[in-house]
Design a protein around this ligand. Structure first.
Ligand code: XMP
Length: 508
């Protein structure tokens, strides 16, 4: 049975995927299409509603993006957001002008709650506003449904025509009841049935992967991180016999990680190639101390190993990548100063001459990817893994890397992770760092000169900023005792109490 579809028309707004996600959270399938989609295409999709996104333009300019005006005579409910709301007003005979005072940020908004859009909501709401144009007259037959101090028409609509516009952004978290507004629109205006779930997402993706690749072969670089693992599991459902996964062990993985990954994926029906390239990486890094140089060498070597392995397979037509939506946003915006060159398995060489790229998770956010992984039966510790940097432990060993140091760090790191996990204390990412400094100690009657090991544990929502975790002294003492007892090469344990900024989460 076909799912009902909410069709989102993209006018260039930065939050379109958030709208799509909020609609999915309301159990309705959402599809994003460019604003100039044809009427015939819309008819073919047969959506239960159209949602116009925001966008950076001004509707009153000649070359600003506009949809076909016949969309309003299709009898399909329409919700316009920000630019979308202004566009509807403009196209249906209302008026849009430049604001005297632009509105940015969290704003108090007063809504008329006796209508379908705001039914069940308090009169006073917090919403996110971000606009320099505003609607100054609604089209004939429409009523004003909300206002803010600087924006007398913050929402408007016509229940009979089922057309509504909101100047604020209901799709973002700062609009505290924004999801309810979208829910009201979908269920009270569009009579949604709520027939969509993550299971459907998986089914749809499987169908679409099969359609895209036909009987051709697909290569995936599997890093063992959440995204590439879920991508592998999904592709293995869709095209088991055509999928080849290459897992490159650069030698900087955590203790037992490679073995665990192998067990999980060898059970699945896919061609899993594990490459032990640790010698190549470690010899390339001999004598290298500078963090950026280390990262660059690892990134470049990774691409070379991948290329070498791929060329052994003969011709493979498609490259699969576990790209998720925030990756796309970040890379698009990435014009800021380079703090660290991030390395992911995603950035693979284009010279391999693939016919196409398959990215089945590219519209999803991290928590949705985890949900897909769970539904596909991946183990919890894999789908709920903390972020782990592409260069792995190589950037958690300060300065030069040796096999001995990797071994010491692996043994200490597993203790840090075990104890923090067991304690249930709050930390979103935690690990050990081998500082490569040494300090004097005493054990029995003997002088020791062991490594200084740092514990890093942070609390964060987005990993862009963080605070150090306020772990209890009991827990820190337990970790310190276990490490100095069980990892003889470590003579001193310290706790990193720096937030980001000014520090970063990783030490290199
Ligand atoms: P920083 O150290 O920049 O880290 O505060 C922020 C988050 O990103 C992770 N990280 C990486 N992830 N490739 C990745 O995929 C990398 O090269 C990389 N470097 C850092 C880090 O673990 C933290 O979660």
């Amino acid at each position: 049975m076909k799912n009902q579809v909410a069709l989102i028309l993209d006018f260039g707004g930065q939050y379109k995927e958030l709208i799509a996600r909020k609609v999915r959270e309301c159990n309705v399938l959402s599809i994003i299409k460019p604003y100039d989609i044809t009427i015939d295409e819309i008819r073919e999709i047969d959506p239960i509603c159209l949602i116009f996104t925001g966008g950076p333009n001004s509707v009153y300019l000649d070359n600003s993006p506009k949809c076909d005006e016949r969309v309003f005579s299709l009898g399909i409910p329409v919700l316009g957001i920000c630019y979308g709301a202004q566009l509807i007003a403009h196209m249906l005979g209302g008026k849009v002008e430049k604001c005297q005072t632009s509105e940015y940020g969290d704003t108090r908004c007063f809504v008329e709650n006796g209508n379908v859009l705001f039914g069940g909501l308090e009169k006073e709401q917090q919403v996110l506003m971000s606009h320099t144009d505003r609607i100054t007259a609604v089209p004939e037959g429409f009523s004003v449904l909300a206002e803010t101090a600087d924006c007398p028409i913050a929402a408007y609509g016509n229940e009979e025509k089922k057309v509504f516009g909101v100047q604020f952004h209901p799709e973002v978290e700062n609009s505290l009841k924004g999801k309810e507004v979208i829910h009201n629109f979908l269920y009270s205006v569009c009579r949604a049935k709520g027939d969509y779930s993550m299971d459907d997402y998986i089914k749809n993706q499987i169908e679409s992967i099969r359609k895209t690749v036909g009987n051709k072969r697909v290569l995936l670089g599997l890093s063992g991180g959440v995204d590439s693992s879920v991508c592998a599991a999904l592709l293995a459902e869709a095209i088991p016999d055509q999928l080849v996964c290459i897992y490159i062990d650069h030698g900087f993985m955590r203790k037992n990680e490679t073995a665990h990954l192998k067990t999980v994926f060898e059970k699945r029906k896919l061609n899993f190639i594990q490459v032990d390239a640790s010698d190549r990486f470690i010899s390339k890094l001999a004598g290298v101390e500078d963090p950026e140089t280390k990262r660059k060498i690892i990134g470049a070597e990774f691409a070379k190993v991948f290329e070498d392995e791929a060329s052994k397979l003969g011709h493979v037509e498609f490259l699969a990548q576990g790209t998720i939506y925030p990756d796309i946003v970040e890379s698009g915006k990435n014009k800021s100063a380079v703090i660290k060159s991030h390395h992911n398995v995603g950035g693979l060489p284009s010279e391999l001459g693939f016919e196409g790229v398959v990215e089945p998770l590219s519209g999803l956010f991290k928590d949705e990817v985890r949900r897909v992984g769970q539904l596909l039966g991946l183990p919890d510790e894999m789908v709920n893994r903390q972020p782990f940097p592409g260069p792995g432990l190589a950037i958690r060993i300060i300065g030069e890397i040796t096999r001995e140091k990797i071994d010491i760090l692996q043994r200490a790191d597993v203790i840090v992770r075990e104890e923090i996990e067991k304690s249930g204390e709050k930390a979103d990412q935690f690990f050990a760092v081998l500082t490569s400094s040494r300090s004097v100690g005493v054990v029995g009657d003997f002088r020791t000169y062991g490594y200084v090991l740092a514990i890093r544990a942070v609390v964060t929502n987005d990993f862009m900023t963080c605070e150090y975790a306020k772990l209890s002294y009991d827990l820190l003492s337990r970790i310190s005792q276990r490490i100095t007892n069980e990892v003889k090469e470590v003579g001193r344990v310290v706790y990193d109490i720096t937030s980001k900024p000014p520090a970063t989460i990783e030490w290199e």
